[in-house]
Design a protein around this ligand. Structure first.
Ligand code: UD1
Length: 422
């Protein structure tokens, strides 16, 4: 077990280049299962979730090679139809493998991912969509068995624009007979990247990025070479680090439209953000202004994956902000840890809280509660004149490549050290 030791007070400034998005590479890795050939993927982030997905692919017979930022997956020989329970338990998002497995095979078995720290996270929408494609599903003792007696295109209206359900449906439908129409699809940029990857493999998917996606099934997919889109959430996190410490930041290779929901809120806090040919430039305000309301919603709304980080920013803003988390029912766990550092946060309901900016946060020993919550504590610690200890950083390492070294490169005094068991 490792922890971060952060001595705050330094400006986070300079130039940053960000690797591919966690939420894009995971479904793309699942998609490699659909091809009976080799997929070459560039700009792959070096994060623990990618290693977990590599293990899953290897467990079903894929040959995987990961070097620098390039991942090569040879999926010509899938020799196992079941996904070990342990993997799904450790990485809930591995459920997106289900659509690809049943797309390629006649049967698959996967354990029910269950809830996680941030919510109960049912998969009813995924299962309903697969059933509508003709997949027979049996659920027993926490496992899901999918049988492909037939798989035919269908008209599917998702009850909620779930990212994972949209991806699972696309992954299955690319090899279904006929046309699948998905209404109320999630519009997240990572789904567009999945579409681009699949189309480069010979699939016929259109509409990703909008709430209507149409898929014409094809018989077979072939090898592909693709580069993953930059991680908008990682970029947003480092932008907030700069704003909180008064540093200027330049980020290479961002996609402006992907950044807008985040940039828009940062402008409300007083930041100047300019998109350039290379990426973006951020100039922080002298005084961080409170943003009246931060309400998370599906893309292009404000992303739930940035809620904790922008809350860290608001803890030191001038004024009061209201936070309304609408995507996950338990995504305020970082609040209690921020309060230990002197933040003024009042719970209104389970999903609404009020954050009143304070002049200064102070040193404390805090614990990462989840991936983004952990990142928010590091951001808060960067402002503290003194030493903050942040434990359970394995959460953070699931989604941020080399977090402490990237921050150190931008001026932070942060170290990762092994925790001594008491
Ligand atoms: C993905 C992202 C995650 C992000 C989330 C919302 C990946 C790997 N993860 O997660 O980082 O926070 O989108 O942007 O891409 N729901 C149901 N039934 C379902 C499916 C979802 O009730 O069948 C609910 C969930 O419990 C949750 C909400 O819908 O409350 C959003 O979930 P979803 O969009 O599916 O998120 P994920 O795909 O799990």
């Amino acid at each position: 077990m490792y922890k971060y030791i952060v001595r705050g007070g330094n400006k986070i400034e300079g130039r940053l280049s960000i690797r591919g998005a966690k939420n894009a590479i995971l479904p793309i890795m699942a998609a490699t299962i659909l091809s009976e050939s080799t997929s070459i993927i560039h700009n792959v982030p070096n994060i623990s979730d990618v290693y977990m997905m590599i293990k899953i692919l290897e467990s079903i017979g894929c040959k995987v090679d990961y070097n620098d930022d390039t991942l090569v997956v040879d999926s010509s020989n899938i020799n196992c139809k079941e996904i070990e329970e342990e993997y799904v338990r450790k990485m809930r998002s591995s459920i997106i493998i289900m659509g690809a497995m049943i797309g390629r095979l006649d049967y698959t078995k996967i354990s029910h991912p269950g809830g996680c720290a941030i919510g109960s996270r049912p998969i009813d929408i995924h299962l309903k969509a697969l059933k509508e494609l003709g997949i027979r599903i049996e659920e027993e003792s926490g496992f899901i068995k999918c049988y492909k007696d037939k798989m035919v295109g269908a008209t599917i209206k998702l009850e909620f624009p779930s990212v994972g359900a949209t991806e699972n449906t696309i992954l299955a439908a690319v090899l279904a007979k006929g046309t699948t129409k998905i209404y109320n699809a999630a519009r997240e940029p990572e789904i567009e990247d999945l579409q681009n990857f699949l189309n480069a493999m010979g699939a016929k998917v259109k509409g990703a990025g909008t709430n209507y996606i149409e898929i014409d099934g094809v018989e077979k997919l072939h090898g592909v070479e693709h580069s993953v889109i930059p991680d908008r959430i990682a970029v947003g996190t480092y932008m907030i680090a700069s704003v909180m410490t008064g540093g200027r930041l330049e980020v290479d290779r961002v996609i402006a439209s992907h950044m807008e929901p985040i940039s828009d809120k940062l402008r409300s806090a007083g930041c100047e953000i300019e998109y350039t040919k290379e990426g973006l430039k951020l100039k922080p305000p002298k005084i961080i202004q409170a943003i009246d309301l931060v309400r998370t919603s599906p893309h292009p709304g404000f992303p739930t994956d940035m809620q904790a980080q922008i809350m860290a920013l608001m803890t030191v803003a001038n004024g009061t902000s209201v936070f309304h988390e609408t995507i996950f029912e338990n995504r305020f766990m970082h609040c209690a840890e921020l309060i230990k550092m002197g933040a003024s946060i009042k719970y209104i309901t389970e999903n609404i809280c009020m954050v009143k900016g304070v002049d200064k946060l102070y040193s404390a020993s805090v614990r990462s509660t989840d991936l983004r919550g952990g990142a928010s504590l590091v951001l808060a610690a960067l402002t503290v004149n003194g030493e903050t200890e942040i434990s359970d950083i394995f959460h953070v390492e699931r989604g941020y490549e080399d977090f402490e070294n990237v921050l150190r490169g931008l001026g932070a005094d942060i170290n990762k050290i092994e925790e001594i068991e008491k």
